[in-house]
Design a protein around this ligand. Structure first.
Ligand SMILES: [Fe+2]
Ligand SMILES: [Fe+2]
Length: 322
């Protein structure tokens, strides 16, 4: 390395540090440290995969929604999740990874996606509990990401968050309707809340003292709040809403500690989280197999689109030559 390149690197690093310090945005054309680029590619692509895999648990109920109105709403919601996946894949592509590479990382089982989508959806009330708890936790996680230092990621999150808040309300409304129904409907709603409550709390990731990469992401202003802070916010949102619904959150220890100004709760069973993360959750294999099948079934569409693009380009070339 010559003295010149050392100076140039130092200058670029200083420029990057200034952008971060000033709460400005880093854009695709800007120089950035390799570790920052890699962290973002990992985070944004995992986020995109989660949106795409996340279509499956709810897609399971589209044909069985209890009314035309419910079907239309659920269809729109699942379609939104596809859109979220696409904005996020596009944001990740600006960092120098291709869509194809990301797809293969997912279907080859090398990429992670949110563990929450490896649980089954046996009843209609699961659509309510997912909207209320899973999309609710997603909002708590994602609102601060609208200010993430990487421009394309932050901007994608703005639109995603608007749609997520609609998802949360539609879930709440499904549960509210069930809670105002028969005893059997109330029991079904409570059962779904019991099953989704703990997994939704796990969505914020391990406790702060066991989250080694958090400090660096916070320094880079990708992450704005710690996992435990976000979990606390989520509980603050859930407790009054659970009361309004008339459902019981399945933790007898849960209470507000006035002195400490925080929610106290039973310790989360992290062994379950790690089992699912390791691919041994109830639906891991099914979710990945469905994604693989969808990719293979779509091969003819990709081929036809590529062929069409090739013909269009050839026609344009011929026209130019003439
Ligand atoms: Fe989403
Ligand atoms: Fe959503």
């Amino acid at each position: 390395m010559t003295a010149d390149t050392v100076t140039a690197d130092a200058e670029q690093q200083a420029h990057f540090d200034d952008l971060i310090a000033a709460d400005s945005r880093v854009e695709p054309r800007d120089w950035m440290p390799e570790a920052y680029r890699k962290t973002l590619i990992r985070q944004i692509s995992q986020h995109a995969h989660s949106e795409i895999i996340g279509m499956q648990p709810e897609g399971n109920w589209i044909t069985r929604a209890p009314s035309l109105k419910r079907k239309a709403i659920l269809l729109a919601k699942v379609q939104d999740e596809a859109g979220h996946g696409l904005y996020l894949y596009s944001a990740a592509q600006t960092l120098g990874i291709t869509r194809d590479e990301m797809t293969h990382q997912l279907i080859d089982g090398k990429a992670k996606y949110s563990s929450i989508f490896n649980y089954p959806t046996p009843t209609w009330a699961d659509m309510g509990a997912i909207g209320w708890l899973v999309d609710g936790a997603a909002i708590c996680n994602q609102v601060p990401l609208c200010r993430a230092s990487y421009g394309p990621y932050g901007r994608a999150m703005v639109r995603i968050c608007k749609e997520e808040s609609f998802h949360q309300r539609q879930g709440f409304e499904i549960l509210l309707t069930l809670m105002q129904g028969t005893d059997a409907q109330r029991a079904m709603a409570q059962d779904a809340v019991d099953r989704w409550y703990w997994p939704s709390l796990m969505m914020f990731g391990p406790p702060d003292d066991a989250s080694p990469n958090s400090a660096r992401s916070t320094a880079w202003k990708i992450k704005r709040f710690s996992n435990d802070e976000l979990r606390q916010r989520f509980l603050g949102m859930l407790v009054p809403q659970a009361e309004a619904l008339g459902v019981t959150l399945p933790d007898p220890e849960l209470h507000w500690d006035e002195d400490a100004q925080r929610w106290r709760m039973t310790e989360i069973d992290w062994s379950e989280f790690h089992e699912i993360l390791a691919g041994r959750g109830p639906m891991n294999a099914v979710r990945l197999q469905n994604r693989r099948d969808a990719h293979e079934d779509g091969a003819w569409v990709r081929e036809a689109a590529a062929e069409y693009a090739r013909k269009q380009a050839a026609t344009a070339e011929n026209r130019e030559a003439a």
